[in-house]
Design a protein around this ligand. Structure first.
Ligand code: ZN
Length: 248
């Protein structure tokens, strides 16, 4: 029964051979995940062996392909109950994602990921603090994730709040962590929260500074990256187009 619950990170070249053997469908169909027969051959959750075979670049490529499926309306036919049952015995996530709490930017959904595929830390403005760094260190050093993805998004309310120097309870301190990105953003034009061009430029700079922050403040993650065990990358999710644009 689990075979009906293909998780998208299994939708990769590791499984293509068995997929092709069974279905005889040309290479390329698996990338888009459109063939119903493919549901018969994928395991419900990433196994340790599958995850360990993937390189950081493989995982980034799979996330890009998942975003492509999302944009084309060709998401994997998730059987969440089967994924839940399979993952209950143990987890072998391939990546840890740091993304914003924005309800319109759910990383797993927009990259067509399943239960057990990735860790996801969410905080307004996707900034790193000590607890999030600790979570990432757990994800990579102890649990074996190979990609750290910091994903910002367009039209981010936290970024707008930081630009406007909004003040509200504990939010004031959070927005202060984003302020360096506002100051560091070079931009020709109106530097206001009403100008979405500026807001999105600050959001991207904020992702870059967060990546630098991770490397500077986490010796554990910096060492893993230096030894090529992991990759730390950034991305911007576009609310209008659905595109996750990777960089870094
Ligand atoms: Zn946001």
């Amino acid at each position: 029964m689990r075979g009906n619950a293909r998780s998208p990170l299994r939708n990769d070249r590791l499984n293509r051979r068995s997929f092709l053997t069974i279905t005889g469908i040309a290479t390329g169909a698996t990338i888009l995940g459109a063939a119903p027969a493919s549901r018969l051959v994928y395991a419900a959750a990433l196994t340790r062996a599958q995850r360990d075979k993937l390189t950081p670049d493989d995982i980034i490529a799979l996330m890009k392909k998942g975003n492509q499926r999302f944009r084309l309306g060709q998401e994997s036919p998730h059987d969440y109950l089967a994924q839940q049952r399979a993952a209950a015995k143990g987890q072998y996530p391939a990546a840890v994602i740091l993304s914003c709490i924005d309800s319109r930017a759910p990383a797993e959904t927009v990259m067509d990921l399943g239960i057990g595929d990735c860790f996801n830390a969410r905080v307004a403005g996707n900034i790193a603090n000590d607890d999030i760094l600790g979570s990432m260190e757990f994800a990579c050093k102890l649990a074996g994730a190979k990609v750290v993805l910091v994903m910002g998004h367009t039209a981010c309310g936290a970024i707008k709040g930081a630009i406007d120097k909004a003040e509200l309870g504990n939010l004031t301190g959070l927005l202060a962590r984003i302020r360096p990105a506002v100051e560091a953003t070079q931009y020709q034009g109106e530097r206001s929260a009403k100008n979405y061009g500026f807001v999105d430029a600050v959001a991207r700079k904020n992702v870059e500074l967060t990546m630098a922050d991770i490397r500077r403040r986490s010796a554990v993650l910096a060492d893993l990256e230096t030894s090529r065990a992991i990759k730390i990358v950034g991305a911007m999710y576009n609310l209008e187009t659905g595109v996750v644009d990777f960089f870094g």
